[in-house]
Design a protein around this ligand. Structure first.
Ligand code: ADP
Ligand code: MG
Length: 615
């Protein structure tokens, strides 16, 4: 019998790899903009035809490439930016896997023109679907121009997955704006089908924001924010409370010069605005976080915008304090807290030397391997145990010699405490949970009484569960005995169709009947059948409210399913159910703030108990 295994030809391997990096025209735009910036350009021009389907062209005045480099740059793992795996953990340039150009060249017709300052002639290279066509000398300006034509011409499945030109252009616009915000000193332009959409001169951040948002007098609406601690440096601008918007949208976090999404930090900001703006309004913000590269969970997947921080609770506190301080200094609102407490430095007790928090980086971490949910749970447990060890009550013999600021957050203290309590619960199987008013679960830790809001807790647990399983494509779905029909108008149907991929990844199977009916044939097992119409109602409503980012839709959908399916206030719970709930809660990434932004649990500590008796 002949052998069955063959190596894939490079062209096909590249095409497959391309799927990781290049999902849509906007991914190409992002990679090429970042390359131009890495090359030191201060003038970058983007030209698009048909939302990038037909043409994406980027010209820069950066370093350019030698003839050899010009040829090399399309090879897989060709990069001038890293030489060892260690570099991955302290990288300051933007793209860094040496994969973008190889990927793009695998799925498009590519033409490169490039020249270095020291060369008289430039180089022109043509590559189509990884096949090298030609290389010749040419005369061209210093810098690089890359034309990417007919994207996905050889990947029909990808091409079919693309949305309308408007939707694709919106994605490109997002990427463009994010990059332009981080580099205000660089001149950018963007032209689509011969129409100039942006012409941004090099300037300072505030004016750049105004130019991008494009409304008159925008600069007047911004307040600077500035805060420096050992753990994080914060800068940027936030919107004055009176200009808070009805739509979420002008909300941007950047971590070490990269756009990120961070619902937890978003909560910190919104919380700080809470008393200043109506519930229905959202503050605008453009906040830049700088942390030591080793304190950020380096996400070597370039298309991801989620990142993890070594000490997000500390950053949360610094951020909330910084926002309050900024608003306080620029506003006449009397409600602002001017006390020294609002200064972030209170986090560091005077007699202790703050240490920079560290995370453990796993050098074997492979971003392409799906991380199992259990592994995360284990990690959560490990975290709890770690805290428990770090915080020993003062009467034990092994007091930690050098307390770190990490220990100063209350959550940590209670968590470490609680962990001990739940171990005890396992040991002697006695009633450790009491339900109060069919609404709260009471349990004790070594030094406090813990009150947990059952509905908020379960919503948080389900929400994180849905997102987790979504990421790992492991949602259990169940065929419905009676398919659920939902009547929708044409716009609503369009929304559902635009989000179909995400919806299916959440475990729904959907058909359409006629012009106005969607039929749900299967649903995730955790979602009650009777709640399905509401879940879609909410998804459509959120989307209409301006949550048009795919990412937001995913989060909104997970929230909606969690809200609809969670244990409700008024539901009686058994010992086991309460124990499960509490354990699952503290295995969550965020265990103290509900998906509605409220406190999930409160601890009544020993001093507070004493006050009750003294009063
Ligand atoms: P990476 O950016 O991760 O190194 P890419 O595939 O995006 O990988 O680019 C490969 C290499 O090509 C880069 O490391 C750089 O040396 C070179 N390069 C790409 N774009 C440009 C550009 N616009 N100007 C100069 N050099 C470039
Ligand atoms: Mg790159």
């Amino acid at each position: 019998m002949s052998d069955a295994i063959r190596l894939l030809p490079d062209a096909i391997a590249n095409q497959i790899a391309a799927g990781e990096v290049i999902q849509r025209p906007a991914s190409v735009v992002k990679e090429l903009l970042e390359n131009a910036l890495d090359a030191g350009a201060n003038n970058i021009q983007l030209l698009l035809k048909d939302a990038g389907r037909t043409l994406i062209q980027i010209s820069d005045n950066g370093s350019g490439m030698s003839p050899t480099d010009a040829r090399m740059c399309f090879e897989k793992h060709a990069t001038s930016k890293i030489t060892s795996a260690d570099d991955l953990f302290c990288l300051h340039t933007l793209g860094f896997r040496g994969e973008a150009l190889a990927s793009i060249a695998a799925i498009a017709h590519v033409e490169l023109r490039t020249r270095r300052a020291e060369d008289e002639l430039g180089t022109k290279i043509i590559i189509e679907g990884s096949h090298f066509k030609s290389q010749e000398n040419c005369s061209c300006p210093i810098g690089t121009t890359l034309m990417v034509k007919n994207l996905f011409y050889n990947v029909p499945a990808r091409r079919k997955f693309l949305k309308t030109n408007n939707a694709e252009l919106r994605h490109i616009n997002e990427e463009f704006q994010r990059v332009a915000m981080v580099h205000p000193q660089v001149q950018f332009s963007m032209t689509h089908n011969d129409k100039i959409l942006y012409q941004l001169k090099g300037t300072h951040l505030k004016q750049r924001l105004a130019h991008i948002i494009g409304t008159a007098k925008y600069e007047e609406k911004l307040i600077p924010i500035e805060e420096g601690t050992d753990a994080v440096r914060i800068s940027g601008y936030i919107g004055k409370p009176e200009y808070a918007r009805k739509k979420r949208g002008e909300q941007y976090f950047f971590a070490n010069q990269r756009f990120i999404k961070h619902p937890y930090f978003n909560h910190a900001v919104e919380q700080a605005y809470k008393e200043l703006i109506p519930d229905s309004a959202y503050p605008s913000y453009f906040i830049f976080l700088e942390v030591a590269p080793e304190d950020i969970d380096v996400n070597i997947h370039p298309t991801k915008v989620e990142v993890n921080f070594a000490d997000k609770q500390l950053i949360y506190a610094v951020l909330a304090a910084a926002v309050k301080k900024a608003v306080g200094q620029f506003s006449v609102a009397p409600t602002i807290d001017f006390s020294p407490e609002s200064n972030a430095n209170f986090l560091f007790p005077k007699d202790k030397v703050p240490q920079t928090p560290k995370i453990h980086i796993n050098p074997d971490y492979n971003p392409f391997e799906q991380q199992a949910a259990q592994e995360r749970q284990l990690q959560a447990k490990h975290n709890l145990e770690h805290w428990e060890r770090a915080y020993q009550p003062s009467n034990t013999t092994t007091a930690p010699s050098m307390p770190s600021p990490h220990e100063e957050t209350k959550t940590d203290l209670f968590l470490s405490d609680l962990n001990t309590a739940s171990h005890q619960a396992q040991d002697d199987k006695q009633a450790h949970f009491i339900q109060i008013g069919k609404q709260y679960i009471a349990t004790t830790t070594k030094s406090a009484l813990l009150l947990i809001h059952q509905q908020h807790a379960d919503e948080r647990i389900l929400y994180e569960g849905f997102l987790n399983k979504y990421e790992h494509k492991s949602i259990q779905s169940q065929q419905l005995m009676f398919p659920v029909n939902i009547k929708l108008n044409a716009d609503e149907i369009a929304v559902i169709k635009e989000l179909l991929q995400e919806i299916e990844q959440f475990g729904f199977r959907i058909d359409f009947m006629g012009q106005h009916t969607m039929v749900v044939n299967a649903a995730p097992t955790d979602v009650k059948e009777s709640q399905i119409p509401q879940v879609f109602d909410e998804l459509i409503a959120d989307f209409a409210r301006g949550q048009d980012l795919r990412q937001d839709a995913k989060i909104a959908f997970a929230k909606s399913m969690a809200r609809r399916s969670a244990i409700k206030t008024g539901q009686a719970l058994s010992q086991e159910e309460m124990e499960q709930l509490v354990n699952a809660l503290f295995a969550c990434q965020v265990s103290d703030i509900s998906i509605r932004g409220e406190q999930i649990w409160k601890a009544v500590d020993f001093p507070s108990i004493e006050t009750i008796f003294k009063a």
